[in-house]
Design a protein around this ligand. Structure first.
Ligand SMILES: C[S@@+](CC[C@H](N)C(=O)[O-])C[C@H]1O[C@@H](n2cnc3c(N)ncnc32)[C@H](O)[C@@H]1O
Length: 401
């Protein structure tokens, strides 16, 4: 059953209270703190998490709420689960399309598109789809199968052209327009009879769609948000009345929390990711000593070739890049091992923070849903696919009554 407007409001209020009350547990990032402020309040939990292995952390990553860790973990896990509860959207039946349609689309992306399309149970049949930040327009083409019109908006000229060619090749009539959706003239692209759809348009881009679609009085729209942290400002600007009234402030760092859930990667990719982080953590210990300052120092993202260097060269080169004193002679083996040990601690300590991942995402989704409700839309929210297909699996459906 979709949540009623009153239920949307009360869920938002409960999430807001939960996030505010426990800020000290989810704001500080274990990666940048050697000791987290909450550890002195919850020493048993801290000790328990810190003695676990990297493999144990990895196994709990996608379902931290199932971990039997000391209090207050279990209590918070229960609350997190209850507040994140959300049903799948009811599926509609879809006409299958020719396999040529998915030939140029990576497998998981096509699964997302099919699932998105199956979740669009609008009261009225759309007549004109508007694929927002369309890339090559794969989603729009999948939807425009019943002779409906299709407009795709995208600002990367190569993708616009590639989309045009694909539509021609597949015999789909579509208008691929080169458009920066943040530009002043973007509003002119929307008309009331359009049905805008946005699959994984980042932060500001899908918020922009909500404003413009609401202004243009579009009858219906569907948005699956992603990358909440891709915003122009330094802090999140809530869009609903209830969001604006909340004392919760969210930095770009905070907005990255919902995105920290990863779908299980292959062993090689995982090893590479872990090596990169263990090295950064080893270097972090070194830079604290070199500077004589016990604080985290941000470092830029580095080409993957840096992982092939001996650890000593990695540290020397990074120290030089950051204009730190030369490391001189160090026990590199010990330092590298210390980086791996810290990685295991960090990943396990993150499990507490991860309990707030989905509640924070729900808060952001509800801020959007409430905004659309205030604009006169009937709104339904739900999942459109399993989290293995994409962790960004929440969909907002809005239609005018
Ligand atoms: C994460 S991709 C999603 C693409 C497509 N919807 C999909 O699911 O495959 C985001 C797309 O937004 C486009 N984009 C980014 N900023 C934009 C802007 N200001 N105006 C229009 N498109 C933009 C990017 O080029 C990219 O194709």
């Amino acid at each position: 059953m979709p949540l009623t407007p009153a239920q949307l409001q009360s869920r938002f209020a409960a999430l807001d209270a939960f996030l505010l009350e426990h800020q000290a547990l989810w704001r500080p990032r274990p990666f940048t703190h050697r000791h987290l402020p909450w550890e002195s309040q919850h020493p048993e939990l801290s000790r328990w998490l810190r003695q676990r292995s990297l493999e144990e952390a990895e196994a709990a990553h996608n379902h931290p709420e199932q971990l039997s860790a000391p209090q207050p973990f279990a209590q918070l896990a229960l609350q997190s689960k209850a507040l994140s509860e959300i049903d799948p959207l009811p599926p509609v039946s879809l006409e299958p399309v020719s396999s040529r349609m998915s030939a140029d689309v990576p497998g998981r992306k096509w699964q997302q598109i099919e699932a998105f399309a199956r979740s669009l149970s609008f009261q009225r049949q759309p007549t004109h789809w508007l694929d927002w930040c369309s890339g090559k327009g794969h989603l729009g083409r999948r939807l425009a199968q019943g002779g409906q019109a299709l407009t795709c908006l995208e600002y990367d000229a190569h993708l616009v052209e590639a989309g045009r060619q694909l539509s021609n090749k597949l015999g789909v009539t579509a208008n691929h327009l080169h458009q920066d959706v943040m530009a002043d003239d973007a509003g002119a692209r929307l008309e009331a009879h359009h049905t805008p759809v946005a699959l994984h348009a980042c932060g500001d881009l899908h918020v922009r769609l909500m404003h413009l679609a609401s202004d243009a009085r579009c009858q219906q729209l569907a948005i699956a948000p992603c990358c909440y942290n891709r915003i122009a400002g330094e802090h999140y600007l809530p869009i609903s009345q209830q969001g604006k009234a909340s004392p919760l402030t969210l930095s770009i760092d905070d907005l990255g929390l919902p995105l920290s859930e990863t779908v299980t990667a292959g062993a090689r990719v995982r090893r590479q990711r872990d090596t990169s982080m263990a090295r950064r953590l080893g270097f972090d210990l070194l830079q604290r000593a070199l500077r004589g300052v016990d604080d985290y120092l941000p470092t830029p993202s580095l080409p993957s070739a840096w992982l092939d260097k001996p650890f000593a060269d990695y540290c020397r080169d990074l120290a030089e890049l950051k204009q730190l004193p030369s490391p001189g002679t160090q026990d590199w083996t010990v330092l590298e091992a210390a980086g791996w040990a810290r990685l295991a601690e960090v990943r396990n300590l993150e499990l507490l923070r991860n309990l707030f991942r989905r509640p924070l995402e729900m808060w952001l989704i509800l801020d959007r849903a409430l905004y659309l409700t205030e604009g006169g839309y009937d709104v339904r929210i739900g999942t459109f696919c399993d989290r293995q297909v994409t962790p960004r699996n929440l969909l907002i459906l809005a239609e005018r009554p």
